[in-house]
Design a protein around this ligand. Structure first.
Ligand SMILES: NC(=O)c1ccc[n+]([C@@H]2O[C@H](COP(=O)([O-])OP(=O)(O)OC[C@H]3O[C@@H](n4cnc5c(N)ncnc54)[C@H](OP(=O)(O)O)[C@@H]3O)[C@@H](O)[C@H]2O)c1
Length: 447
């Protein structure tokens, strides 16, 4: 019996030795046996690029592997595969593009670069034939993208939705757990390392919007413009603040009294007219459902597709160790000769398109009137048509709750459950009396 011919090793360059990069490097140094595939090429660490050489050496990266010139490392004839874990826009985008153009496979966790330059990078990868893999860019250590792109490739996806930002889920979970104010919990999350010193990309929903763009590419074959993903909830005066940045402790508490949990839910779905709607919005879901129960830095994605039905993935959405798991798995796939994360799917378009705003939510809206703020008289009975608000024909689904407004007294104020189209719901809360601040409408989604 003849043995299979042994393959030459693939020499791997890692760009970045921070939270994730350091764990990838550690795997190469401390457990190289776990990076052997049996049926693929061996993987060896050929170099590591950082800005601060001294810090990387102090962190245990061998001096002989280190450089502060990532472009030279990418171009080196002694490097076959590039792992980009620097983050941010530049030089990450240029380095990924250069590696792919040179025919070198790339593994990255960089959701910002993928969401903003996906069409360009896909075109370069397809032209050169080099694989671009990015499992760690969504869901951290929880595999979601490869199953979506490969195991569900024969299905027709209707909707992808879920919790894709662990930091904001941690903040909302803590607010619900002990009633602390948003600012207090955000400060604690920064101190615990769950949020950056400048947390805007997380709390304003940009990070989740980038992940939504990546999910849309694999689920629906479209690159969406991340700026077009809706991130501001409706409010009486127009739009609320983006992401979770406007959510108050009182709103979280009132939702809890009604058996609901506020979660930052990312959604992309095909509308009846064919366009894709994409949103990242604080959303009320029943506490008893899997999304409502997913607390802490966890991520959870639900994919509704035909004919499979609903498939869900839940697990750690961040952290160096967990995220390195997805990066290393992508490296092993490359060692086995597998292609890009989208391999097997039709080529994506050369340009991003704008996402449509989401349609009205199946479960209506939730709004909190703080103490001292009142509804106009006569609108609070279920089934009552709010004065001055016209309901379009066919608003009421068979068997659904009648359109109208139900008011529930909670310790945090009056919670309104509103079963009206978005425009009518907004017109209603624009007319509350005594409002010192704007009233936000949270989507209520049925799970
Ligand atoms: N952290 C997570 O839990 C997580 C989860 C999922 C995905 N991701 C993604 O993974 C990527 C890496 O995240 P991270 O948290 O590991 O980042 P990080 O801790 O900030 O580390 C970044 C690393 O890249 C290096 N770097 C940055 N710019 C550089 C440049 N111009 N030249 C050379 N080196 C440079 C830094 O070097 P110096 O230290 O010398 O400055 C540092 O070693 C990001 O795209 C992030 O979105 C992270």
């Amino acid at each position: 019996m003849s043995l299979p011919p042994s393959r030459p090793p693939l020499r791997v360059a890692v760009l970045g030795a921070g939270t994730v990069g350091r764990e990838v490097i550690r795997a190469f140094l401390e457990r190289p046996g776990s990076l052997a595939t049996g049926d693929g090429a061996p993987l060896v660490l050929a170099g590591v690029a950082v800005r601060d050489l001294r810090r990387a050496r102090a962190g245990g990266v061998p001096a002989g592997l280190l450089t502060d010139a990532p472009a030279h490392l990418v171009a080196s004839p002694d490097v076959d595969v590039v792992v980009e874990l620097m983050g941010g826009e530049e030089p990450a985008r240029t380095l990924i593009a250069a590696a792919l153009a040179a025919g070198k496979p790339v593994v990255t966790a960089n959701k910002h670069v993928l969401a903003h330059h996906g069409p360009e990078l896909e075109a370069i990868a397809r032209r050169s034939g080099a694989a671009l893999r990015f499992e760690a860019s969504v869901g951290g250590g929880t595999p979601m993208l490869s199953p979506l792109a490969t195991d569900l490739a024969a299905d027709r996806v209707r909707r992808v939705r879920g919790i894709v930002n662990g930091s904001t889920n941690f903040v909302l979970s803590e607010m619900a757990r002990d009633g602390r104010a948003y600012d207090v919990v955000v400060s604690a999350a920064k101190a615990a390392g769950y949020l950056e010193a400048d947390p805007r990309a997380d709390v304003e929903g940009q990070d989740a919007a980038n992940k939504t763009v990546i999910l849309a590419r694999l689920a629906f074959g479209q690159w969406l413009d991340p700026a077009s993903v809706t991130r501001c909830p409706l409010a009486g005066r127009g739009a609320g603040r983006p992401g979770i940045s406007g959510v108050t402790a009182a709103e979280v508490a009132a939702a809890g009294t009604l058996g609901l949990a506020l979660k930052l839910i990312a959604t992309v779905e095909r509308l009846p007219g064919g366009e894709l709607a994409a949103a990242v919005l604080p959303t009320a879901v029943a506490r008893s459902t899997p999304l409502g129960r997913a607390d802490g830095v966890v991520n959870r994605i639900e994919i509704d597709a035909e004919p499979v039905g609903r498939v869900a993935f839940e697990g750690p959405g961040a952290g160096g160790g967990a995220t390195s798991s997805a990066v290393l798995a992508d490296l092993l796939r490359i060692a086995r000769g597998e292609g890009s994360t989208w391999a097997g799917l039709p080529a994506g378009p050369r340009e991003s398109v704008a996402a449509a705003p989401p349609g009205d939510p199946a479960g209506g809206w939730l709004a909190l009137l703080p103490p001292g703020v009142e509804l106009p008289p006569g609108v609070e009975e279920p089934g009552a048509k709010p004065p001055g608000v016209e309901l379009p024909p066919g608003v009421q689904e068979p068997g659904a709750e009648p359109p109208g407004v139900r008011a529930t007294a909670t310790p945090a104020g009056t919670a309104l459950s509103i079963r009206l189209p978005g425009d009518a719901a907004r017109a209603l809360v624009a007319r509350v009396r005594g409002a010192g601040a704007d009233v936000t409408l949270y989507r209520v989604e049925e799970c």
